[in-house]
Design a binder for this molecule. Sequence first.
Ligand code: AKG
Length: 271
Amino acid sequence: MRVEETVRERRLYQEDGFVVCPEPLIPRDVVERATAGMDAVRAGEYDTGTPPRPSRWNPGDDPNVLCKIEKPQIASRAIMELVSHPALGEKAAEISGAKAVQVWWVQLLYKPPSLPGQQAGTNIGWHQDYNYWGAWEEDSELFTAWVALSDVTPASGPMNFVAGSHRWGLSTESDFQSQAYDSLRERIRNAHGQEWREVPAILPPGGASFHHKLTFHGSGPNHSGGPRRSFAVHMRTEKSRPKEDLRQGLTAFIDDPSYCPVIYGDPTVFG
Ligand SMILES: O=C(O)CCC(=O)C(=O)O
C-alpha cells in the first residue's frame, strides 16, 4: 500500500507538476512550536540571536497585508526544527526520486484574514518560482514543499496550482506581487493557449504540498476569519548547481548546514 502510494504521488508530481498530500506529515507538537516561533519572528524576537534575511515585511509593518519573511529558520529554533523534519525530507525524496535533499531557502508566509470586497493586499500573483531563481542553473532540480501550520480550507485563500503548467517552459508573465489576480490569470492563459486546470492545496495543519519550479501557482484573499499560516520550503536535489558555481544571493548560504540543512541522504553529494 505504502509503495503504491509513493508510486501514485511520484506519477502525479511528474504529470501535473505538483502533489498535495492530504495527511499531516509533521507532528502536531512540532507544528505548535513552529506556530509560536512564527509569532515570535513576526514580533522581532529571535531565540537564535540571528535575524532573518532582509525581507519585504518587517516587525511593526501593517499586520493586514501579506507577511513574507526570508529564511526565518535562522531566527527561530522551532522553525528550523519544522523545516528540517525527517518526514519532510523522506516525502520530498519519495516524490522526486532524489538521493539527497537540501533546504536552500525558506519563506514564512502569513496571510491575514480580510473581509469580502476589501482590497486586502494579501494575494499572491500567478508565477513560476524559477522566474525568481536565476542564481541556479536552468536544469537544476528545484522544488518547493509548502507546509501548512493552520487549517487551509477553500475559504482561507489556498495556493492554487495549474496542472501541467510545468511543461509550458519558462514564461515571462510571472508576477508574485500582483494583486490583479484574475486579469493576470487571463494574461498568462492567453499567452500560453493551453488547458487551464486549477487545483487548490487544501491541507490540515502539518500537511504539505510539493510543486515543481515551473508550475504556475497563486492565491487569493483569505476569508476564513483566521490567519493562513505556512512556510514555503525551497528544496534542491543532488541534480542542481548554482550558476558558475557562485555563492551569492539565493545561493550564498548553501554550504552552511546551520542555514541550509540537508534533510535527506548523504550531505557530501552537495560537495
Ligand atoms: O502561499 C502562497 O499562496 C504561494 C506561495 C508560493 O508562491 C510558493 O510556495 O512558491
